[in-house]
Ligand binder design. Structure first.
Ligand SMILES: [Zn+2]
Length: 268
């Protein structure tokens, strides 16, 4: 499924979902590291306030992304402090996140969900898998930060369950876009980490061994969780991009101190 297409204009590149926008009024977007204002190690489209980058540059980067998405009338892209857990924050008309005068929600969580219009939500990563989920019938979106620990805690499965309960989402109406993240080609782990995953998920095809090195495939494990939650293969789009061997993206493993790319979802 060609859900996400690379969209180039000026100096900012994003990966967008033109059909979802046209047919369902939902925008899913992944960014890379180009086109922003950040300098040095954070060059240039860092979206995370907690990396050591200048906050004013991060703010300008986020505003530039909104402009690129033709959402310049909106002030904020909402994100929270990510802690590699499996907590979900639902931004709805009953809580006051959207009344904050900042896009930096103080909650600690690794998944943000909303069914509010014009309320862009975002997760950020440098290697961690970023997964966007949309219910095209009930009009709800989720942004999931599924790194190693989040994947082990089954944050993706938990998000689908939450959407089913909260919005009565049907599996057939759920579309999933898996963004850039570190892939099996680069994600070398030790045997203790592998054991955590085999203890939890059995001995599947989610790792390979090459010259005594273990390579883990977190995407495969997230796909397993999605299939078990009843999501059709046809409804899942994987961009297939590895952040570690593709220098268009920030990579923690490659650079340690660095910026973060974004996965953004918004209902228009
Ligand atoms: Zn790679």
């Amino acid at each position: 499924m060609t859900l996400i297409k690379r969209a180039l204009s000026e100096d900012l590149e994003v990966y967008l979902s033109p059909n979802l926008k046209k047919e369902h009024g939902i925008v899913l977007c992944f960014t890379n590291r180009y086109g922003g204002y950040s300098k040095g190690r954070f060059k240039s489209l860092n979206v995370d306030y907690y990396t050591g980058d200048k906050k004013t540059d991060v703010r300008k980067n986020r505003k530039k992304i909104l402009k690129k998405l033709n959402l310049e009338n909106l002030e904020f892209i909402y994100s929270a402090r990510q802690v590699h857990g499996n907590s979900i924050l639902n931004i709805n008309k009953y809580n006051n996140c959207i009344k904050l005068d900042t896009d930096n929600i103080p909650d600690e969580c690794d998944c943000i969900i909303t069914d509010l219009k014009n309320t862009p939500i975002m997760v950020m990563g440098a290697d961690c898998n970023l997964i966007l989920i949309a219910d095209i019938e009930k009009k709800a979106v989720a942004a999931v930060h599924a790194g190693r620990r989040g994947t082990l805690k089954e944050i993706t499965a938990k998000t689908i369950l939450y959407m089913r309960k909260e919005f009565k989402s049907k599996a057939d109406s759920i579309i999933v876009a898996i963004g850039p993240g570190i892939r099996r080609c680069c994600y070398k782990v030790n045997s203790m980490i592998l054991k955590e995953f085999t203890d939890r998920f059995g001995c599947g095809n989610f790792f390979s061994i090459k010259d005594d090195n273990i390579f883990l495939d977190l995407i495969d494990i997230n796909l397993m969780q999605l299939h078990e939650a009843g999501i059709n293969k046809e409804n899942i789009y994987d961009c297939g991009l590895c952040t570690c061997c593709n220098h268009d993206f920030y990579s923690y493993r490659r650079s340690k101190i660095t910026g973060r790319q974004a996965a953004i979802a918004v209902i228009l």
